[in-house]
Unconditional design. Structure first.
Ligand SMILES: [Fe+2]
Ligand SMILES: [Fe+2]
Length: 472
């Protein structure tokens, strides 16, 4: 049974009506969620938005598209289909049947992993809440809201697990997920990058490219989990997540495209006065979002993560496609480090301890694809400039390089050199003010702001000038 039951107050494909206690618990959390959505969700008043809603978890036709009032969006609980005879793919429980219940000895670790993942979902909605006021087009506005409602659904996905499998502690954690807020002094979100603001659309596209992509990789490790309900939840979330990546990738494509047009048209790199975003500013935003997203992977070495792996709680990216023993007890890897003489280098550690680095490496490779894509746009326009990912040691607050400063090329710097140079590598107040000055809303059908090119295609086969959003 994969189709969602929409007759329930909470749409779901987990037979919620068969477990009255759980159903009641979630139904009493629902108004709190809506209160949170009303007070912390999108601020732009809208009548309705052309949104997709998940209706099925199968391969085909899993989503329904239509205009809906956002507050009436059917946030639901959807798990990917159960795989017959699924077995643990790694760690000490390898080849044992996966778990349908939480083993007592891993209860607190699993709960922690779910809470950390769950905390990021509403955080990004909070970070993006004011962006509707400056959307470059109705198409973009619709994409923003699509991402927002789906992050809301991802919160539901994690809250379901907390309620269904973690008893009272889980219910308390579910409440806390609505009480913490991005950027709050008293109760901030758990991870640093989720307390940064997303004040403009360039930041939004960078966020959906780099930070949502971190989410993709974290979900990828949880999808491997021996705790089957977590695995199935994450598998379905990844499906929705790919649209968020698309928004980021194509958003930056379109900014680069427009910048190049202005460069050609005015025969200058300095397209700022012509209403564009200069490549140098794009590079600085990229540097910022990439480096804070790298922080989300944690330290290069971590015994906790090694233990999660051995216990079967969280695997590697594409675990089943790896050609090794899937226990890693005798393997070693090189990870980034500051060497004994204070240089940026590498060191050899046990593979289990280096698993954060393994995931980060996969992530970096994926990030590079976007950069190549954007550079192709520059190349095809005959521009010599190129965008690039900064060195892993650049602008880090977490891990081996937190205590040092480095250029985007990975050259070590004194604090003084860093202070003098950072305005060349990270967005300055002048850059941010310029970008924000371009952020004026364009709400007419088929029109678009001057700093970004229109998309090549609309959503779900609709044209770009479709009425994606009705404002109120
Ligand atoms: Fe998400
Ligand atoms: Fe996302």
């Amino acid at each position: 049974m994969t189709a969602a039951d929409y007759s329930d107050k909470i749409p779901n494909n987990v037979d919620l009506h068969e477990d009255r206690r759980l159903q009641r618990a979630l139904e009493s959390w629902q108004p709190n969620f809506l209160r949170w959505w009303d007070s912390m969700g999108p601020t732009l008043p809208t009548e309705d938005v052309y949104l997709r809603t998940a209706v099925n978890v199968g391969r085909e036709g899993w989503a329904h598209f239509g205009h809906v009032a956002m507050r009436d969006y059917r946030w639901g609980i959807f798990l990917a289909d159960r795989k017959h005879d699924r077995r643990v793919a790694f760690g000490q429980h390898r080849n044992e049947p996966v778990w349908q219940k939480v083993p007592g000895e891993y209860r607190s670790e699993l709960q922690r992993l779910i809470v950390i993942q769950g905390d990021t979902e509403p955080a990004s909605v909070e970070q993006q809440r004011n962006l509707g006021a400056t959307a470059p087009s109705l198409y973009d506005l619709r994409n923003l809201f699509q991402v927002n409602v789906e992050e809301g659904r991802h919160l539901w996905a994690m809250v379901y697990l907390l309620h269904a499998y973690f008893g009272r502690d889980g219910r308390e954690e579910a409440e806390e997920l609505l009480h913490r807020n991005s950027g709050s002094e008293e109760a901030p979100r758990i991870l640093g990058a989720f307390n940064e603001e997303t004040p403009d659309w360039l930041s939004f596209f960078m966020f959906t490219y780099f930070t949502d992509r971190d989410g993709k990789y974290q979900l990828g490790t949880l999808k491997e989990s021996a705790f089957d309900p977590l695995s199935r939840t994450c598998e379905f979330m990844l499906k929705e997540e790919s649209h968020h990546m698309f928004v980021g990738t194509t958003g930056i494509d379109r900014v680069v495209e427009r910048t190049v047009q202005l460069m050609v048209e005015h025969d200058t790199d300095d397209v700022g006065p012509h209403g564009g975003i200069p490549l140098t500013v794009l590079q600085k935003y990229l540097n910022f979002h990439y480096s804070v997203s790298l922080d989300l992977f944690g330290s290069e070495t971590s015994t906790n993560v090694g233990n999660y792996y051995t216990s079967g709680l969280k695997g590697r990216w594409s675990e089943e496609r790896r050609h090794d023993d899937h226990t890693l007890t005798n393997d070693s890897v090189m990870v980034d480090a500051v060497t004994a003489d204070g240089e940026i280098g590498q060191t050899e550690v046990a593979a289990l301890v280096g698993l954060n680095s393994d995931l980060r490496r996969e992530y970096i490779g994926d990030c590079q694809n976007g950069v190549n894509r954007w550079n192709r746009i520059l190349d095809e326009a005959g521009m010599p400039q190129r965008l690039r990912l900064p060195h892993v040691a650049f602008n880090r607050k977490v891990g081996a390089f937190a205590g040092i400063e480095a250029t985007p090329d990975g050259k070590g710097l004194t604090t003084e050199e860093w202070e003098r140079g950072k305005g060349r590598w990270l967005p300055t107040d002048v850059d941010k003010t310029h970008v924000r000055s371009l952020m004026r809303p364009v709400y007419e059908r088929g029109r678009i702001a001057a700093w970004i090119a229109p998309p090549r295609q609309g959503i779900n086969g609709k044209p770009f000038d479709y009425d994606y959003v009705h404002l109120s």
